[in-house]
Each structure stands twice: as structure tokens, then as C-alpha cells.
Design a protein around this ligand. Structure first.
Ligand SMILES: Nc1ncnc2c1ncn2[C@@H]1O[C@H](COP(=O)(O)OP(=O)(O)OP(=O)(O)O)[C@@H](O)[C@H]1O
Ligand SMILES: [Mg+2]
Length: 200
């Protein structure tokens, strides 16, 4: 395994779960005894606010010298963001599988250099069991396999009672709290895949 890793959470669409997934990934890594450093490169500072709220109740999330860094970005444009994306070992791109959103991320993905495309991992988020959504995920899978680079990771379903409260901060790790079986299964599934790809 390499000595240090950078994971960038990005994507051109707002409100698709970048900060939520950055925080969930952080919780997963902390739960599994990794130290992490988080950089919030989004001016809205949702992830930094979460870190601050956790600190207020006595829990340290981010340590500067940790060898895993997670960057939450505001999107895919702008020079500092481009810098993080270029340096990232994994570029995590949450998306809602809706037609309009897909057009944006497919266009962005196709515009990337091959060497960046290889590091792109799409994460279907806010899934609900509709035909449209299934078709959306399938469409992205076919774009990725057509390019022969990048991948589509397991997704997270829409759980309004579970995921939104996370960013309010808590003294307990998300994975130490009482999670229903399905939430635990889908998050474990996703982040196990993230770690497997990182360690490859
Ligand atoms: N799987 C999910 N189920 C239910 N709600 C979710 C899920 N993922 C994210 N959300 C909610 O959707 C909203 C947007 O999520 P979030 O802030 O993480 O997105 P973002 O991409 O970081 O947005 P921004 O572009 O504003 O930074 C939040 O209210 C969040 O709690
Ligand atoms: Mg955000």
C-alpha cells in the first residue's frame, strides 16, 4: 500500500450528496481506526461546519498529519479544485440518476483525460426504486464500460431520517449509532468497495 492517499469528492452538480458522502466516508474510516485529514474546499463549508460541531461535543474528526486525506469540493471547475482532482488517487462523484443530472456528469466524464477517467468512481445517491433511476444508473454504467475507464460503485438509497442528520455533528461515530440493517449494509458495501479500490 502507498503511504498517503487523497480522495476527492466532486462533481459538477450541487446538492447530490458530496458533503454527506465525504462525512460518511470519514466516519467509516474513523470507525475502522484510520486517521484522516479533511479539507473542505467548498466555500459553503458544510463539511468544515460538521467537523466543528463534532469538536464542540468533544470528538476530533480531522488530524493534519493523517495519511488519508478527503477533500470535499464545490464542483469540478476552478483551479484549486482542478488541482485536488489531478492529485487524487480516487475521484468520487456522487450523482442522482436523473436524466438532466446525468447529461452533466457524462459530459464532464467524457471531457477528462484518460488518466483521470481511470480514477473516477461514480456513486449513485438518493436512490429510490424507480424505473427511471435504474435506467439512469445503467446508462452511466454503459458510458463507463464504453470508455473502458472509471467505475460505478454501489449506491446509497434516499433515507431522509438517516443521512441528513449526520452533518449536524455528533459525539458518537455514525457507525457506532443504532443503524438499521439496510443502512449498515449499503454503507458498508459502498465503503468496502472504496477501500478495496484504494488499496489496489
Ligand atoms: N442518501 C441520501 N438520503 C437522503 N438525503 C440525502 C442523501 N444524501 C444527501 N442527502 C441530503 O441532500 C442534501 C444535499 O446533500 P449534500 O449537502 O451532501 O450535497 P452536496 O453535493 O455537498 O451539496 P452542495 O453542492 O450544496 O455542496 C442534504 O440535505 C443532505 O442531507
Ligand atoms: Mg457540499
Amino acid at each position: 500500500m502507498k503511504e498517503s492517499f487523497l480522495l476527492a469528492v466532486t462533481g459538477d452538480k450541487g446538492g447530490v450528496g458530496k458533503s454527506t458522502i465525504a462525512a460518511l466516508l470519514a466516519e467509516w474510516l474513523l470507525y475502522n481506526k484510520y486517521a484522516i485529514h479533511i479539507i473542505d474546499a467548498d466555500p459553503n463549508q458544510s463539511t468544515q461546519t460538521w467537523i466543528d460541531k463534532c469538536r464542540e461535543v468533544g470528538r476530533v474528526i480531522s488530524t493534519r498529519d493523517a495519511n488519508i486525506t478527503i477533500v470535499d469540493t464545490a464542483g469540478t471547475s476552478g483551479s484549486s479544485l482542478t488541482k485536488y482532482i489531478r492529485q487524487a488517487d480516487m475521484i468520487l462523484v456522487p450523482f442522482k440518476p436523473h436524466v438532466a443530472d446525468l447529461e452533466v456528469i457524462v459530459g464532464w466524464f467524457l471531457s477528462l483525460k484518460e488518466e483521470l477517467q481511470k480514477r473516477v468512481f461514480f456513486i449513485p445517491n438518493m436512490l429510490s426504486p424507480t424505473k427511471e433511476q435504474r435506467a439512469g444508473v445503467e446508462e452511466l454504467r454503459s458510458v463507463v464500460s464504453g470508455e473502458g475507464r472509471g467505475s460505478v460503485l454501489p449506491g446509497l438509497t434516499e433515507r431522509k431520517a438517516v443521512y441528513p442528520p449526520l452533518l449536524n455533528g455528533s459525539k458518537d461515530n455514525f457507525f457506532d449509532s443504532r443503524l438499521d440493517k439496510n443502512t449498515r449494509a449499503e454503507t458498508s458495501n459502498l465503503f468496502t468497495e472504496v477501500m478495496r479500490n484504494l488499496e489496489e
